[in-house]
Design a protein around this ligand. Structure first.
Ligand code: NAD
Length: 439
């Protein structure tokens, strides 16, 4: 049989899983603890890699790539014993005397494929769920963010059990080879096009998949909203990581009565956050590659720009930009923007905004700023989305109590906290009968 580093690694992990080494809670807690220790001891190394790849400032790296994962680890360690317990359920009369329960068991060897926008946390946050559930895992960081990928590949194996975890670096050929193997679960984070390739490859082995995708997450602003707070939270959620956040507000749909005022406040917030020239700001990130940056030149062509608009492809710089009322047919309103460009669409009534969202694919996140309970209920009633956040943007990501995932084009499946444990577990139903009263 022909072997390769990938098939050898997988064989090693399968062997480990078969020994039952990953089953005891002590092993799982220890591995989770190692993730935390790794993030603490190498925070500086990861921050340097993230700075090289995305121009991320240290504070942003700590918050979005380190602390975020550490809080997932802390939550999992705290709740693991109760998550692992069998849950008793009722047994129908027909099956009495007997008792029934659901006993979580690990799926086996899982594959985690990560994108470049949060290149560390999109590997390690799903890994928390995989470890908590008692799996072995292969991780494939994104090749776009080369420095972070290299840092993960060199640092992670020094902390985690080498018999149970492997990092595979590389691009399409390596990912393709990985996907030819049989895994017990694949969690892919990235774009819709590759998600179809992943799902088709997984189908050959009947492997279940979790697809964490993106799309256009809309942000609705009603005339009753506190515009000052809304603008501040939207500016933060949109321009963090230079807009390269899957749940960043993609575009704003704002009531005509407050539209002009909102735009003025938003422009002021951009200045407050990043200064007169955001290119000089140490807090403003860069676009992942020249290829990705060049795309913004095309997206902005012919648009009505209120603020920003500067693109320097060689420096991978795109300014925080506000675009006014783009055509719904323009690429800006058709594709996921995934950068620091925020189109503002004015609507006469909020039900127009609701219809706009309802007519399009279900988003990963949906934001609503309002003081109206009636509007809030109408939005929750009419619109589907991976997650809805009222009166803030992006912040919901900090909660390990809420599942994180999309619906329809924005993905399938979920993780974070208990939901990560559940995703990487088989919830095995068990019914035990008594020998008494044989009917
Ligand atoms: P990317 O280009 O890094 O690709 C993601 C992964 O897919 C990489 O590991 C890459 O090696 C692999 N890949 C690429 N082409 C492939 C192919 N032809 N066959 C097999 N594997 C292949 O990242 P991306 O897809 O540009 O990431 C951005 C997208 O990810 C956005 O749409 C964003 O919204 C989404 N995203 C979603 C989440 C979420 O949690 N829902 C989080 C972050 C990003």
């Amino acid at each position: 049989m022909s072997t390769s580093p990938i098939s050898d690694a997988l064989a090693r992990l399968r062997q480990t899983f078969a020994t039952g080494k990953t089953l005891p809670i002590e092993w799982r807690l220890a591995q989770l603890g190692e993730i935390d220790r790794m993030l603490r001891e190498h925070e500086k190394d990861f921050a340097e890699a993230l700075q090289l790849d995305l121009g991320k400032c240290h504070f942003e790296s700590t918050m979005t790539e380190i602390n975020f994962v550490q809080s997932e680890v802390k939550h999992a360690r705290k709740h693991l014993a109760s998550w692992m317990k069998s849950k008793r359920v009722r047994t129908p009369i027909m099956a009495q005397p007997g008792h029934s329960y659901i006993r979580p068991e690990p799926k086996g060897v899982v594959l985690i494929i990560a994108p470049w926008n949060y290149p560390l946390s999109m590997v390690t946050a799903p890994l928390v769920g995989a470890i908590a559930a008692g799996n072995c895992a292969v991780m494939k960081p994104s090749e776009v963010t080369v420095h972070t990928s290299a840092a993960i590949a060199s640092i992670l194996p020094r902390y985690l059990d080498k018999d149970a975890f492997a990092v595979v670096e590389g691009g399409i050929p390596e990912t393709t080879e990985l996907l030819e193997q049989r895994f017990d679960h694949v969690l892919y984070t990235g774009n819709e096009r590759v998600a179809k390739i992943v799902m088709a490859a997984a189908a050959k082995h009947l492997t279940p998949v979790t697809l964490e995708l993106g799309g256009k997450s809309p942000c609705l602003i009603d005339k009753s909203a506190n515009l000052e707070v809304a603008a501040s939270r939207i500016a933060w959620g949109k321009f963090i990581n230079a807009g390269q956040t899957c749940v960043a507000p993609d575009h704003v749909l704002v009531h005509r009565e407050v539209s002009a005022q909102f735009v003025e406040i938003l422009a002021r917030k951009i200045k407050e956050f990043y200064g007169e020239d955001p290119e000089q700001s140490p807090d403003f990130c860069r676009i992942a590659s020249e290829r990705h940056a060049a795309r913004f030149q095309q997206l902005l062509e012919g648009q009505k720009i209120h603020t920003g608009g500067q693109v320097d492809v060689a420096k991978r710089y795109v300014a925080p930009t506000i675009v006014l009322d783009p055509s719904p047919d323009s690429a800006l309103m058709q594709e996921e923007i995934f950068g620091p460009v925020l189109p503002i669409v004015t609507v006469d009534e909020m039900h127009e905004a609701i219809k706009f969202v309802a007519d399009r694919p279900k988003p990963l996140a949906l934001y609503l700023f309002t003081k109206s309970k009636v509007l809030e209920e109408a939005v929750l009633h009419r619109l589907s989305a991976g997650t809805v956040c009222v009166n803030d943007a992006v912040i919901f990501m900090v909660s390990p109590e809420l599942p994180f995932g999309g619906i329809g084009n924005s993905g399938m499946g979920r993780y974070s906290g208990w939901y990560g444990f559940e995703t990487f577990s088989h919830m095995k139903p068990v019914m035990k009968r008594s020998f008494m009263f044989d009917a």
